[in-house]
Write a protein that binds this ligand. Structure first.
Ligand code: VTB
Length: 362
């Protein structure tokens, strides 16, 4: 039998962005993660974020491309770098990309030296990633088994507006297990109290995270991670980054924009102030009071055909090991990167400058 040449066909079918930039992308999140790892546990989240941002920006500017930040560290006037609209790259060649970054996802986690922080980014052709405002998205993230189940049962779909138990039932049936055996990840916030109660009443097990529900979202698509569904409202940028990865991995995400003051149950006055502050800008993005509550599916969140994604561990996580630092800047670092062709790489990279003193071991 001749072999099916699957890998060759996938590699040759990759889009221009994936071909040119996926191998570089992982080095960008590695550089940011190493920079942040040096600030791990120092209790200074601003500093940890700052060095990660600087490293990511330096690396992005070395790429032969014309890129623009669509999801970044904030608006131009509030973020000195990697602000929304910032243009990056050498502008050499004809690659043009939209960029979504979170140089340090989990600033508190890094500052406290506790698990779950990563450096993460995605790129696509222009228009390939949802260009949303920096508010929250309420969301549900599930793996490919659920997609397969939904295809075979068109009346049963993951639904943001359905009771929690409805969604847990679908995940349980898709994974051929009972709800008791399902693990839900959700951010530990007062705004999620009711949802957490409903999840527990439905019988599922809950893993509360203080920060960082992006990697857990990706973990729903990876068997053996022990995470089956992610629920709850978190940063909208993180939700788009999750969508980019989960689309490549064949899972699903449904989401809806929500203002933080609304999600966190703040006073009418605070809500009114946030609306006044943010709506003008939201309108420039095509988001109005009328369509703000629309459900965003994966094709809205990550419509791109040539999407690439990379995440590197800083502190230990479910999928990624922590960044190990050796003397003089040498480091060993663990990443997941992937592209629309379907290639998914786990890379265990060792930067060995000092070959005599940095031993390589398996
Ligand atoms: C979420 C989470 C992030 O911020 O976006 C959260 O995914 C936002 O919620 O990892 P709060 O405003 O309640 O913190 C993080 O925890 C940090 O970016």
């Amino acid at each position: 039998m001749t072999h099916p040449k699957t890998a060759e066909k996938m590699m040759n079918g990759a889009g221009p962005i994936e071909r040119a930039l996926l191998p570089r992308l992982v080095h960008i999140t590695e550089a940011a993660a190493i920079a942040a790892a040096y600030q791990m546990g120092r209790g200074d989240k601003m500093l940890a974020d700052h060095v990660a941002v600087e490293a990511m920006r330096r690396m992005l500017n070395s790429l032969d491309m014309k890129g623009v930040i669509k999801i970044g560290e904030g608006e131009r006037d509030e973020a000195p770098m990697l602000f929304i609209g910032e243009e990056l790259g050498t502008c050499k060649g004809d690659i043009v990309v939209d960029i979504a970054v979170d140089p340090l996802e989990g600033t508190n986690l890094t500052a406290d030296g506790v698990p779950g922080s990563i450096s993460v980014m995605a790129m696509s052709e222009p228009g390939g990633l949802f260009h949303g405002p920096d508010v929250y998205m309420d969301k549900i993230v599930v793996g490919p088994d659920v997609i397969r189940y939904e295809k075979n049962h068109p009346d049963e779909r993951i639904d943001l507006d359905a009771p929690v138990v409805h969604n847990l039932q679908i995940v349980a049936k898709a994974l051929k297990r009972s709800i008791d055996e399902i693990v839900v990840v959700i951010l530990d916030r007062p705004r999620h109290q009711q949802k957490i109660k409903e999840i527990r009443e439905a019988g599922a097990r809950v893993r509360l995270v203080t920060d960082g529900d992006l990697m857990p979202g990706i973990a729903t698509a990876i068997r053996g991670s022990g995470i089956h569904i992610v629920m709850g409202a978190g940063g909208s940028g993180e939700a788009v980054l999750t969508a980019a990865a989960i689309k490549i991995l064949g899972g699903d995400i449904v989401a809806r924009l929500v203002l933080p003051t609304v999600a966190n149950g703040e006073s009418e006055e605070m809500i009114a102030r946030e609306i006044e502050e943010k709506m003008p800008r939201l309108r420039t993005m095509g988001i109005t009071e009328d369509n703000m509550n629309d459900v965003l599916d994966i094709n809205k969140l990550a419509p791109g055909k040539d999407v690439i994604f990379s995440a590197t561990g800083i502190t230990p996580g479910q999928l990624l090991r922590e960044a190990n630092l050796f003397g003089g800047g040498d480091a060993r670092i663990h990443s997941i990167s992937m592209g629309s062709s379907g290639v998914v790489q786990f890379t265990d990279t060792i930067y060995v400058r000092d070959k005599e003193n940095t031993p390589l071991y398996l």
